[in-house]
Design a binder for this molecule. Sequence first.
Ligand code: ATP
Ligand code: MG
Ligand code: MG
Ligand code: MG
Length: 471
Amino acid sequence: FMSGVNEIRSTFLNYFGNNNHQIVDSGPLVPRNDPTLMFTNAGMVQFKNVFTGLEPRDYSRAVTSQKCVRAGGKHNDLDNVGYTARHHTFFEMLGNFSFGDYFKEDAIELSWNLITKEFGLPQDKLLVTVYHEDDEAFDLWKKIAGLSDDKIIRIPTSDNFWSMGETGPCGPCSEIFYDHGDHIWGGPPGSPEEDGDRFIEIWNLVFMQYEQLSKDERIDLPKPSIDTGMGLERIAAVLQGTHDNYQTDLFRALIQNSVDLTGREEEGDAAASHRVIADHLRSTSFLIADGVLPSSEGRGYVLRRIMRRAMRHARLLGAQDPVIYKMVPTLVREMGQAFPELGRAEALITETLKLEEARFGKTLSRGLQLLDDATDGMGDGDSLDGETAFKLYDTYGFPLDLTQDALRARSINVDTDGFDVAMERQKAEARANWSGSGEAATDAVWFDLKEKAGSTEFLGYETEKAEGAVM
Ligand code: ATP
Ligand code: MG
Ligand code: MG
Ligand code: MG
């Protein structure tokens, strides 16, 4: 079995469609009616109320390829991107769901048949984990897949126990791993080296069998359910014979585009920068298509952080002028068929990127210069003071995580406590200055505006002017 990402997605959807699952569109990245969640981060998000029985549907089995973003919020993989072979900020989670219909046995059988028969993965490269108390799952893997005991690893941690929240549905999970071979660093799940890229988790099966009523009261669900998630990019890597998501057809197209536009080959540090740009282009574009725009707070600020991180990497590759917006057509070509909203929003995505690139491009060079000067002579384990990190944030529009990312290659830390202190002090100073005016109502309006527009726009402008700089 060898095919592109688009065919793999279809194969998954059709396989479960042929097994009586309703094929359902991906939900939006900004979850409807769920202010507790920054972005949709799993396939089950759009079905939350179906699982709890609050919302009826006319089907009891479903299959989706769900757009997910894991940046900001509880699941944050932003810092992994560019450094592991398997993490993205935006990815697609393939999932099959049973709402009180089939349970553990069918879930295991359906998944095993898909990966070994349809996809043809060799059994000896596969291993699974189960929750340590879940003998039922252990026995089913033996019976259905014929896996030997040493290929079914019992995990005692919360990694293998899923819950929706403090109360509500929960249950053990079972994860399927692929062994990419001993030429890659990493150890099996549960071992100290598990974070390497040799054994990669491809699929997580969640067995929702309990309901947590209170802190110490848990009952069996009368009709247990199934929720699964498989990273499309990870299974594509396996099927295309690589351990590295960034070597799959879709990412090759994006990275090649980045190479062409910047004129920099994928060598050394440049390789990581190309990856970050390709990844961040996807999350940026899909977030904008789903209605998020860069701003200084909440979801919009997460988007801005992602965009600015990508821009720093473009600068590292030598791009002096806006360039990432030029990659949008390649993305639309690669993914627009599966996600028509991308094509519909193409103009908005392009304009938003171009504007943000032009805007941040002006302060980026000077901020980087300041950062260079401030860390001159520093090395492994040294720390950038919080004042400077704050100045970069406040005057040059560097989100804290961008500064951290910029220093990571040299193993320099940032004094984040010092950063917080500087931030607090500035807020207090601003408050004190304004209370002198004696106009409480104006104060309130000003603070409101400042929160909305962000300190960069206000104080940054003043500071720049004071220094006589050209913006
Ligand atoms: P990992 O341990 O590798 O970080 P996870 O356990 O956090 O993965 P789950 O929450 O179980 O991931 O999500 C289900 C599936 O989604 C995973 O098995 C994986 O295939 C995929 N996945 C999760 N996070 C990412 C990501 N950041 N980028 C790409 N795919 C991901
Ligand atoms: Mg994770
Ligand atoms: Mg995991
Ligand atoms: Mg998992």
